[in-house]
Design a protein around this ligand. Structure first.
Ligand code: PMT
Length: 411
């Protein structure tokens, strides 16, 4: 599976003979669809030019503070990255990272970034074995930095031992693996996404602004967490995420049928689609011609897919969304109980929020807890949502939620 597609990789290049291999790594990352930005140290420019990386990435390369034109470029870059890899990472760069230095651009970006950090050490074998380097590596490891390598073998200096940077293919694999958390390994997940179209006549329909971005990001994140994922999608203009099976539907009724066909052996159902609540009761068989005597449209309810799945005897763990313009938490809580689902992800919609945009913010509501996921890309929010779902699954395959609701609301 190519799970590097569209991933934002920040590659730090330090001054070592292995820097030439980083160019090949960038080429392979780009071939796999990753977006790559490069930050070089001053010492790296002694081994390879910024122009090489600029040509390979199609992006400007930052080497020192004078490249930080706005004074905030390094912060932007720190926020942009999904993951940072420093390859080659010299003994000096490991020491600087371990001690939180921020006096060169690469160290400052690493310090300012919340993205996971990976380093691929490359140095003379004696430097690698030195107690100071061992301590620095241990400190970084304890902080969650992933140490990739080094490999053993003949070194540029003629010595033999550990200190060779891993080959580009091995680093590519390490990056790819790093995006797979295995939190949902072995589970089958069904995700709905996008809008539905409810026909008025053969050429007109009722629909909404959903672009499918949120649902597709969730399908992708679930796949990257190791699940087998089926995506039931309304009409959108998005590519199928790698490794995900997609079925296209148009109307809410078609979406319901496609979901029910796939739900029997499903472990987790995530309803992200903006399904119409009502549809024209009597869609015309032929195009409606002007003038029409009666301009009103009679509507009938569309079956609630999420509530239907949640009411099944052998039901999966259910996650719903709530699109709200006000009172986010109150509406989300009510929706969770009314639909009988384990978790609701509520988002504010309208005025450019929620629908269509690349960013979102979510309030997660489950029994006994809430969690606010502040504004971020839909891709990152999807990963955070999947992490939360993985931590709650399986707490209860409830039937109790709807009785809780009826108990509260019939009183
Ligand atoms: O697609 P994007 O442009 O990225 O926008 C994302 C989004 C705003 C569409 C998404 O984040 C979102 O909020 N999706 C749910 C939209 C919605 O229909 O919300 P709702 O509050 O009306 O529905 C509550 C839940 O019931 C949802 O999980 C919905 O999928 C489900 N539902 C609703 C009606 C119906 N007939 N069947 C359902 O399954």
């Amino acid at each position: 599976m190519n799970n590097l597609s569209q991933k934002r990789i920040l590659l730090g290049v330090c001054g070592g003979i292995a820097a030439y291999k980083s160019a090949e790594l960038v080429r392979r990352l780009r071939a796999d669809g990753a977006r790559v930005r490069v930050v070089m140290t001053a010492a790296a420019s002694e081994f390879i030019t910024a122009r090489t990386f600029q040509a390979l990435t199609g992006e400007p390369v930052l080497s020192d503070w004078s490249d930080d034109r706005t004074g905030m470029d390094h912060i932007e870059l720190a926020r942009w990255a999904d993951r940072i890899l420093i390859a080659p990472a010299t003994a000096d760069s490991l020491a600087r990272l371990a001690h939180g230095r921020a006096d060169d651009l690469l160290a400052a970006v690493c310090l300012a970034s919340e993205a996971p950090l990976m380093v691929a050490p490359a140095m003379n074998q004696a430097m690698w074995r030195h107690a100071a380097t061992r301590d620095n590596v241990e400190l970084l490891r304890r902080r969650g930095v992933q140490i990739c390598g080094p490999a053993d073998g003949e070194q540029a200096c003629g010595e033999v031992g550990p200190g060779r940077m891993l080959e580009p293919q091995a680093l590519l694999q390490a990056l790819s693996d790093a995006f797979c958390s295995a939190r949902l390994a072995g589970l089958k997940v069904v995700v709905t996404a996008g809008p539905t179209r409810e026909p008025i006549d053969p050429v007109r329909f009722l629909s909404n602004r959903s672009s499918g971005k949120m649902g597709y990001a969730i399908a992708r994140a679930a796949r990257e967490a190791g699940a087998s994922v089926e995506l039931v999608s309304g009409p959108v203009l998005l590519d199928v995420p790698p490794g995900v099976q997609r079925v296209r539907v148009e109307s809410g009724q078609e979406m319901l049928e496609a979901v029910l066909e796939r739900i029997t052996d499903c472990d987790l159902f995530i309803a992200t689609a903006a399904v119409a609540d009502y549809r024209p009761a009597k869609p015309a068989q032929q195009k409606i011609k002007k003038p029409v005597a009666d301009t009103s449209l009679q509507l009938e309810p569309v079956t609630d897919i999420l509530a239907t799945v949640a009411a099944l005897d052998h039901r999966p763990f259910c996650v719903g969304f709530a699109a709200e313009t006000e009172q986010l938490e109150q509406h989300a809580q009510k929706k969770r109980l009314r639909k009988g689902v384990e978790l609701i992800a509520a988002n504010r919609v309208g005025n450019g929020r929620g629908f269509e945009s690349d960013d979102n913010e979510l309030l997660l509501v489950w029994e006994g807890g809430t969690c606010w996921l502040p504004k971020d890309s839909k891709a990152r929010l999807a990963h955070q949502l999947i992490e939360k779902v993985a931590s709650l699954y399986p707490q209860r395959s409830n039937k109790q939620i709807s009785s809780e609701y009826h108990a509260k609301h019939s009183a």
